[in-house]
Write a protein that binds this ligand. Sequence first.
Ligand SMILES: CC(C)(COP(=O)(O)OP(=O)(O)OC[C@H]1O[C@@H](n2cnc3c(N)ncnc32)[C@H](O)[C@@H]1OP(=O)(O)O)[C@@H](O)C(=O)NCCC(=O)NCCS
Length: 145
Amino acid sequence: MAVISTPPTRIKAIDTLEIREGLDGLTPSRIIMLYRRAPLLRPASDPASVWQMFERSSLVLTAWHERQLVGIARVLTDGVLNSYLCDLAVEPDVQRLGVGKKLINTVIERCKGTDLVLRDSDISSGFYAHLGFKRVTNAWVRNCR
Ligand SMILES: CC(C)(COP(=O)(O)OP(=O)(O)OC[C@H]1O[C@@H](n2cnc3c(N)ncnc32)[C@H](O)[C@@H]1OP(=O)(O)O)[C@@H](O)C(=O)NCCC(=O)NCCS
């Protein structure tokens, strides 16, 4: 599928940031392009699979600056005990300007009362530590593919 959105160029500050809930404005190609640019490494390059991931999620938040998609957060939650932050990605031209923090704070609001769990990477562990997340040693992962 062709990529249709034009990436923004590096800016110094974000004055207006709109956070939307849901799939409004998203397309598989926009998601894939943002993930590649962030970069957020996911085994998801097939547009139909990517769209299924989003349609089946409990919570999708998008961040918009001057009508450009600049961030995405995607969550699975039971709304009572457990929430899993599947993906968080911010457009590189606006990283370190508060977009990721705004998305995480909105996720925390929406997932109030639950434990929010995630898998980090070398480039993002400092971000999560800075925002008050605690590293755990009792998590297990089993590949079911
Ligand atoms: C990680 C990521 C989501 C952070 O988003 P961001 O918009 O750049 O971060 P913010 O500007 O909101 O940063 C919030 C705070 O964390 C700090 N911070 C950001 N990245 C950091 C890092 N890697 N290490 C330490 N602190 C960091 C900021 O300085 C800021 O501090 P402040 O509130 O005291 O000013 C973004 O860099 C990204 O998309 N990275 C690539 C994809 C990725 O790794 N996603 C997460 C994997 S699950």
